[in-house]
Design a binder for this molecule. Structure first.
Ligand code: PMP
Length: 430
C-alpha cells in the first residue's frame, strides 16, 4: 500500500533519526506560510523550512521564472553565463552593503562559507588561520563543521586545525558579575590576546554571524560589532559576516550588516536568496583580489534554474518591501511576547530583531536554567494546534522557540501563531 511504501522509505533514509520519525511530517504542498501534509492537514509553518522561505513558499513569480528557465536551458557550467546570472549579480551588488561590489554563487550556505574562506586565504597570502566564535554555526561540510561549534569531533576525528574559536559576549547571559557591555569588552580583549599571542599560523580572517542562529539566537551588544571591525583593521584581518540566516530582510533590514552598522569585507548569503531553491554565495569588497580560474569551480556552482528563481525572489523581496514587513511583524511580536512574559513564568527572554523572533524558556528566571523539556512540549503541542514552531533541540541550549515564518506572513497568521503559543504555554504551565 502507499502507506507501507512511505514507511519503508522513511526507514531507509540515512538522515532520518529513529527517535524523531513519529514527529516528522511528510509534506505534499506549500503556499506562502502554509504547508499541507500527506494526510491533508494544514499547518502554519513558523520555520519557513530552515528559515529559507523569506518570500512565502511557491510564490508564483519564482515558480514561473524557474519553469521558464527549465524550458530554455537547465544547466550551464560556471564558465558560461546566463542572462539571469548577470542580472542577479547586478541586482545583489546594487542592494549590498557599501563597498561589496563582487559576487560569487554556489548552491549551499556551507559551500558559500567555504568560498568566503578561500577568498580570504587568497587575499592574505601566508596567513592560514581563521578565527570563529564559540557557538557559531557555519555549515556541515567538513571544514565548515570545524569552524562551527559544537561539532561531533568524537565521531569524525580531528577536523582541520586552522580554526580557533574565540569566546563571545551574550546580551542575555553575560559572564557573572558583568553587564553585556563589560562582557563584550572582556571578549574583545580576549580576542586581541588570542591574535597577538599567535594561534598556529597567521590569522587571515574572522568569521561570525551577526546573531548566532543555530547557536541559540544569541545577540551581541552593539560595541562588540564595532570592536571586531576595529581589531580586524588593526591586525590586517578580513572580516567575514555570515548572513546565511540573517540576510534578505529577516532582521528588518535587507542585511543585518545594515541593521547593526557592520562593515564586512565579505558577506555570506544563502537560504532566503533562492526562494526555496538551493542558492547561496558571497558578496566581496571591491578591493579583494578575485579567484584564479579553477580556484572555486563547482559543476553546479551557478545552476541556472536556482539562479533564475533567485533573481525572481530578490526582485519580489524588494518589490514587496519584505524587510519593512519584517520590522512591522517584529514590533507586533515583541509587544505580544512581552505581554505574555508577564503571565508566563516560562518565558525568560524575548528576542525579536525583525522576524527573527524567539523566546528562551527557563525553569527559573533568576538562574536562567534552560527549560528544554518544556520547549519540546511547545513544539509538539503546537503541531496539535496546526502550528509548526521552530525548536532548537540540536543547537544552542535546546530551550528556544523560534517564530520565523516567511516575511510575507499575514498579520492574522502571525497573530494566530502567537495565540497558539499563549495557549500551549498555559497548558504546559498548568
Ligand atoms: N551559516 C549559517 C549562519 C547557517 O545558519 C547555515 C544553515 N543553518 C549555514 C551557514 C549552512 O547553510 P547550508 O545548510 O545551506 O549549507
Amino acid at each position: 500500500s502507499p502507506d507501507e511504501t512511505l514507511a519503508r522509505g522513511r526507514r531507509a533514509l540515512l538522515h532520518q533519526s529513529p527517535q524523531v520519525s513519529d514527529e516528522m511530517l511528510t509534506l505534499v504542498q506549500a503556499r506562502g506560510s502554509l504547508v499541507w501534509d500527506v494526510n491533508g492537514r494544514e499547518y502554519l509553518d513558523c520555520t519557513a523550512q530552515a528559515w529559507s522561505n523569506n518570500l512565502g513558499a511557491n510564490d508564483p513569480r519564482v515558480v514561473e521564472a524557474a519553469v521558464e528557465q527549465l524550458r530554455r536551458i537547465t544547466h550551464a557550467r560556471p564558465t558560461f553565463h546566463t542572462p539571469a546570472l548577470l542580472e542577479l549579480a547586478d541586482l545583489l551588488v546594487g542592494i549590498a552593503p557599501d563597498g561589496l561590489e563582487q559576487v560569487g554563487f554556489t548552491l549551499h550556505g556551507s559551500m558559500a562559507v567555504e568560498m568566503a574562506l578561500k577568498l580570504a586565504l587568497r587575499n592574505r597570502p601566508g596567513a592560514q588561520h581563521v578565527l570563529t566564535l564559540q557557538d557559531g554555526y557555519h555549515g556541515r561540510s567538513l571544514s565548515t563543521m570545524a569552524a562551527s561549534w559544537p561539532h561531533p569531533d568524537n565521531v569524525f576525528g580531528p577536523l582541520q586545525p586552522r580554526f580557533t574559536r574565540a569566546p563571545h559576549p551574550d546580551t542575555y547571559r553575560p559572564r557573572p558579575g558583568l553587564d553585556p557591555e563589560q562582557d563584550a569588552e572582556l571578549c574583545l580583549r580576549l580576542l586581541r590576546d588570542t591574535i597577538r599571542k599567535g594561534v598556529d599560523g597567521k590569522v587571515a580572517a574572522l568569521i561570525y554571524e551577526p546573531i548566532q542562529g543555530n547557536g541559540g539566537h544569541i545577540e551581541f551588544p552593539a560595541l562588540w560589532h564595532a570592536g571586531l571591525r576595529r581589531i580586524c583593521d588593526e591586525e590586517g584581518i578580513l572580516l567575514i559576516l555570515d548572513e546565511v540566516q540573517t540576510g534578505l530582510g529577516r532582521t528588518g533590514s535587507m542585511w543585518a550588516a545594515q541593521h547593526y552598522g557592520i562593515q564586512p569585507d565579505i558577506l555570506v548569503f544563502g537560504k532566503g536568496v533562492g526562494g526555496g531553491f538551493p542558492l547561496a554565495g558571497i558578496l566581496a569588497h571591491h578591493d579583494l583580489q578575485r579567484f584564479e580560474p579553477g580556484d572555486d569551480q563547482l559543476t553546479f556552482g551557478q545552476f541556472p534554474v536556482a539562479i533564475a528563481a533567485g533573481l525572481a525572489t530578490v526582485r519580489a523581496i524588494i518589490e514587496d518591501r519584505l524587510p519593512e514587513r519584517a520590522t512591522e511583524h517584529g514590533a507586533y511580536a515583541t509587544e505580544r511576547l512581552l505581554e505574555m512574559q508577564q503571565r508566563h513564568p516560562l518565558i525568560g527572554d524575548v528576542r525579536c530583531p525583525g522576524l527573527m523572533v524567539s523566546i528562551e524558556l527557563v525553569t527559573d528566571r533568576a538562574t536562567k536554567e534552560p527549560a528544554t523539556k518544556e520547549a519540546h512540549q511547545v513544539y509538539l503541542r503546537g503541531l496539535d494546534h496546526g502550528v509548526i514552531f521552530g525548536e532548537s533541540r540540536y543547537a544552542g541550549l535546546g530551550n528556544l522557540i523560534k517564530i520565523k515564518p516567511p516575511l510575507d506572513v499575514t498579520h492574522e497568521q502571525l497573530s494566530r501563531a502567537l495565540d497558539v503559543l499563549d495557549t500551549v504555554l498555559t497548558e504546559i504551565e498548568n
